[in-house]
Design a protein around this ligand. Structure first.
Ligand code: HSE
Length: 403
């Protein structure tokens, strides 16, 4: 019998307990031994939980119990979660996590400690919830140069955009609906401003390119400025609006990494990924495109990935998984100024159509959805060129890359 601890008994942590309990047979079979939760660490009380004896408030009990070899960190954040994770690894315990903020911020350091202590630090649930993506990238795709990673990495924003597109709700109404359904947090900033997707593309880029990518290296724009007019123009261009996390490699080992809303052609498989689902398209130079699709969030879906990591730790107690990346350097992440795309741009003013046609010769004009404005799809322009054009034009109501 192997002993485990769960740190943080919120949605994912309680899901981890439930998966270990309900699927104890398959967990034991696949881990080679049963996994029993000895402690649940949380500062809150859970008077309705039947296993009261397992709840503790003092982390040192886990740290100092040699019987506990497996720890699931489902606390979130990078405060106590960082300290406790580090101390568990230093104490020679395997740690698994769903905490993308911690992996994106301190992954290189924690992975180095895990290596030094010959234990595992695994984080399959940190990107895409229950979708297998971390292991495929570390294992199945490693004969490829991963040229592009393109992901719908945040379920909350994908739900909001789906409702704006499908039901004609404006952003605020769709957000309130997402909150009522329990998808969006009371404070939805990390989701709608793109930070959650940013942390996830940091992790995927670090795996693909071998060096830590810190969130501050990644230009990030959320969906708060998207309007129903943008959605209508997208439909005219046979596109839908999606928030994408992207990484694109260059020939010189640098890469671009960024998060932004995009016009995505309806013919692209990512355009059909709706509601709270996530999908990650990984393009390898040998494989071509592959897409990983499924439940990007949710209690049991995310917990299933956390428990799979616990099982993997149980199987790799002696010979740890060689998962990790280097310290990271800002020089590897190229500023977006030189990245070229086609663009959608929307301008206000009685002469907006003429101004767009003058600024972007040969552009595809869209039919105006409101008096006193115009919109078009440009040819390929770098980000720097688009910024200059916007300054010259003034009165820009909306602007997005085309995928
Ligand atoms: N808030 C996240 C989302 C949860 O909406 O996708 C999973 O990371």
């Amino acid at each position: 019998m192997m002993k485990a601890a769960i740190m943080g008994f919120g949605t994912v942590g309680s899901g981890v307990y439930e998966v270990l309990d309900r699927n104890a047979d398959v967990v034991a079979k696949n881990a080679g031994d049963a996994i029993e939760v000895k402690y649940i660490l949380d500062l809150r009380d859970f008077p309705d939980a039947p296993y009261q004896e397992k709840f503790i408030k003092d982390f040192a009990i886990i740290e100092n119990d040699p019987e506990v070899s497996l720890v699931a960190e489902t606390m979130g954040g990078k405060g106590a979660a960082y300290e406790f994770t580090k101390r568990c690894l230093l104490a020679g315990k395997h740690v698994v996590t769903s905490n993308k903020e911690l992996v994106a911020t301190h992954g290189a350091e924690l992975l180095a400690i895990a290596k030094e202590k010959n234990v595992n630090y695994l984080f399959e649930a940190s990107v895409g919830g229950g979708i297998p993506i971390i292991r495929p990238m570390f294992q199945c795709l490693t004969a490829n140069h991963m040229t592009h990673i393109t992901g719908i990495l945040n379920g909350t924003t994908n739900y909001i955009l789906t409702r704006m597109i499908g039901a004609g709700l404006d952003f605020e109404t769709a957000l309130k609906e997402a909150q009522a359904k329990g998808y969006a947090e009371a404070n939805p900033a990390a989701d709608v401003e793109g930070m959650d997707a940013c942390r996830k593309i940091c992790i995927l880029s670090a795996i693909a390119y071998g060096d830590h990518v810190y969130p501050e290296f990644v230009e990030t724009e959320g969906i708060t400025k998207i309007t129903l007019q943008d959605v209508e123009y997208a439909a005219q261009a046979n596109c839908v609006v999606k928030l994408l996390g992207r990484a694109v490699s260059n020939a010189d080992e640098t890469f671009y990494a960024f998060v932004a809303p995009h016009f995505v052609a309806k013919t692209c498989p990512l355009a059909c990924v709706d509601d709270v689902f996530n999908a990650i398209m990984v393009t390898g130079d040998m494989l071509g495109d592959s897409m990983f699709y499924g439940q990007g969030a949710g209690k049991l879906a995310t917990a299933s990935a956390v428990v799979a990591d616990l099982i993997d730790c149980a199987r790799h107690q002696a010979k740890r998984r060689d998962i990790g990346w280097g310290d990271g350097s800002r020089k590897l992440v190229r500023p977006l100024d030189s990245f070229a795309s086609k663009w959608y741009i929307r301008l206000s003013g009685a002469d907006a159509a003429n101004k767009l046609a003058g600024q972007f010769p040969g552009c595809e004009m869209l039919e105006s959805v409101q008096e006193g404005e115009a919109a078009c799809i440009t040819g390929e322009l770098t980000t720097a060129e688009m910024k200059q054009a916007q300054e010259a034009l003034g009165n820009v109501l909306g602007c997005m890359r085309m995928l």
